[in-house]
Design a protein around this ligand. Structure first.
Ligand code: NDP
Length: 614
């Protein structure tokens, strides 16, 4: 007996969740574990449907021809000519009793209510305030963020059924927006609703070069870190001057590993302190929201105090500089062990807790990208903790150690201007991330990527040991810059920071509270998921303004190192590649999530990161 009824690529009729409406969809894949079909609607939206919610087109047409009752959208117009798409309609010519016809009337009313909801564009404005314009020949559904709005539920209080459906799904008209206007034309309101529940299925599209690519990255990433650190220690760090390999035994020291563990667990203790507010993350695929304690900035203050005490008691912080490579090896060994632990525990995790991007069923791929989305030990969220604490705060401590090492090695009473700039710019970046810790909850790392080798190695090794490359470079390669040059670089960093911060805050505030009065002047395109896409402000300038700001800052961090070598520019070059690739991944996810609405957004905002260039 075949395990599935519909083949990939087959065009069938799929029920829209929560309604009796069927639309033409194409089967894109089938998950034989969850027994769910992934189908694509004509507007590009993809959903996972059960077999019972799918019908073949032929059987559908057959029913239609026999049917006498109207489809939800047609019933209101012409009864005699109507064709129902609803299954379970009574056969033509059958006599109806009074109760049957009352039932049917109720059914009709209910269906119209459901249909009206299906047709309600989630974001509705007063007609007088509607910003609808003509766009590429199509009516554009851009809406102004009206903060005087009231929840739709309040307006429809008597209609509990509507409220029920509204709470469960955010539906967007696919057929007939005109009906919407007729049904709810008196006043348009804004509603925040839960996204459609989507059962996670197997990851079909592999990223990062698939199994071979991820296998190679597991070796390539650590090799790059060691290559960069060895290069930086050379007097002449030209690309062609390949460094000689150190003796293996010189790479490991238990004491250094002990210091690393101490650091990691000290940060874990700070994370567990009951200080700072507790906030909810974005809804997971099952509708649940996880809680996160926001105390990263306090952890930073406590760390700064601890470092101050160490320095007061004459602790030589440049121990870090002297054993830099051994620290990097310790962090890499720890991140590998952590990744193995994460993968093993993910094998027991329920299907719904697996990452949308890391559930391919291929060991290497899932190990690299991260199989479980939010691995937790009790309330201790391992991914969230590693994202901002040990690596990011560690980066600042390493920079400080480099500054002290520079002063000691070159016998300076003051650090060099270049070193001060690099330290201050990067300190600002880290403090900003910790101060705005809550914003990380809407980023791809938290909402999409699982916790595996990629993030464990990235957070614990790549960030602290590669991002501090400029400071390490300056210790061995002193660079003098003039005050005017320093001022120009500072302005560049401030411009980048301003774009980065305001773009991230705009999006984060909009996602958390679309009716925020601060965002009242922004316009957005409503989407089928209930979330809007901003089309004015920073997100109307380019599609990833936060990446633009980040790249400008990255350049400002490299410039104080002068132009003698390309090595300190590794960060900005790598970062452009990373963000261009990340942007492409994000576009792909957004296209799947938002379909036509995303295409409209792309037409409206044609440049991805760099205006008029890319
Ligand atoms: P973003 O914060 O850019 O988030 C992308 C998401 O924003 C999309 O998936 C979509 O999610 C939402 N979105 C996209 N367009 C719009 C729009 N027009 N209106 C409203 N929402 C929109 O993603 P990242 O996680 O990649 O980046 C976060 C920050 O971290 C950035 O500033 C980046 O520069 C920085 N970063 C830094 C790195 C480093 O190593 N220093 C590495 C990676 C990132 P949805 O609709 O589902 O909400």
């Amino acid at each position: 007996m075949p395990s599935r009824k519909f083949a990939d690529g087959e065009v069938v009729m799929g029920r829209w969740p929560g309604s009796v409406l069927y639309y033409e969809v194409q089967v894109t894949s089938y998950d034989d574990v969850a027994h769910l079909y992934t189908v694509k609607y004509k507007d590009g939206t993809e959903l996972a449907l059960k077999e019972s919610d799918i019908r073949s087109q032929s059987s559908f047409k057959h029913r239609k021809s026999q049917s006498s009752s109207s489809s939800p959208s047609r019933r209101s117009s012409s009864r005699s000519r109507s064709r129902s798409r609803s299954p379970g309609r009574p056969a033509k010519g059958r006599r109806r009793s009074a109760s049957q016809s009352r039932e049917q009337k109720d059914d009709k009313k209910k269906t119209i209510q459901e249909t009206s909801l299906a047709l309600v564009v989630l974001v509705l404005l007063k007609p007088s305030e509607n910003n609808t314009k003509r766009y590429n020949g199509e009516p554009e559904s851009t809406e102004k963020n009206d903060t005087s709005c009231i929840p739709l539920e309040q307006k429809l209080k008597p209609d509990l059924e509507i409220k029920h459906v509204l709470e469960q799904y955010s539906l967007r008209s696919r057929k007939d927006d005109k009906k919407t206007e007729e049904l709810f034309s008196e006043k348009k309101t804004f509603v925040a609703v839960k996204p459609i529940e989507k059962v996670p299925s197997k990851t079909k599209e592999l990223e990062f070069g698939g199994r071979i690519g991820t296998f190679m990255l597991i070796f390539l990433l650590p090799a790059t870190v060691f290559y960069l650190l060895l290069m930086c220690k050379q007097d002449d760090p030209s690309l062609l001057n390949f460094p000689s390999l150190p003796a293996l035994e010189s790479l490991w020291e238990w004491r250094v590993f002990g210091v690393f563990l101490l650091w990691f667990f000290l940060q874990a203790v700070f994370y567990l302190l009951p200080i700072g507010k507790v906030v909810e993350g974005l809804p997971l695929s099952n509708g649940r929201k996880l809680q996160y304690r926001i105390n990263g900035f306090y952890a930073f203050i406590l760390t700064a105090a601890a470092i101050g005490v160490l320095l007061y008691f004459q602790f030589e912080l440049h121990y870090l500089y002297d054993h830099f490579m051994q620290f990097a090896v310790s962090a890499a060994a720890f991140s590998l062990a952590l990744s193995i632990y994460l993968y093993v525990r993910s094998l027991k995790a329920p299907e719904e807790e697996l990452a949308p991007g890391g559930n391919s069923g291929y060991f290497i791929y899932d190990f690299f990208t991260g199989h479980e989305l939010n691995p937790r030990i009790g309330s201790f969220d391992l991914k969230y903790f590693c994202e901002l604490r040990p690596g990011l705060i560690g980066w600042v401590v390493i920079n400080l150690a480099m500054l002290l090492a520079e002063m000691k090695i070159h016998n300076l009473s003051m650090p060099s201007l270049s070193m001060i700039l690099v330290n201050s710019f990067q300190l600002l970046y880290v403090v900003d991330a910790l101060w705005n810790e809550e914003a990380i909850l809407t980023t791809m790392d938290i909402t999409h990527d699982g916790f595996g080798f990629m993030l464990a190695f990235g957070d614990l090794v790549w960030v602290p040991f590669v991002y501090s490359l400029q400071a390490l470079y300056l210790v061995g390669h002193p660079t003098t810059i003039t005050w005017p040059v320093a001022a120009a670089i500072t302005v560049l960093n401030c411009v980048g920071y301003y774009i980065f911060r305001s773009a991230n805050s705009q999006k984060n505030n909009f996602r958390r509270n679309p009716a925020d009065p601060k965002l009242a002047n922004l316009k957005f395109i409503p989407t089928a998921t209930g979330k809007g896409l901003l089309v004015t402000g920073w997100w109307g300038f380019v599609r990833h303004p936060n990446y633009l700001g980040d790249i400008i800052m990255a350049l400002a961090w490299s410039l104080p190192c002068g132009f003698n070598h390309i090595l300190p520019y590794f960060y900005v070059i790598y970062f452009i590649c990373l963000l261009v690739h990340r942007e492409a991944r994000d576009e792909h996810h957004c296209k799947q999530k938002y379909g036509l609405a995303w295409e409209r957004y792309c037409q409206r905002v044609p440049y991805r990161i760099f205006p008029y260039i890319y």
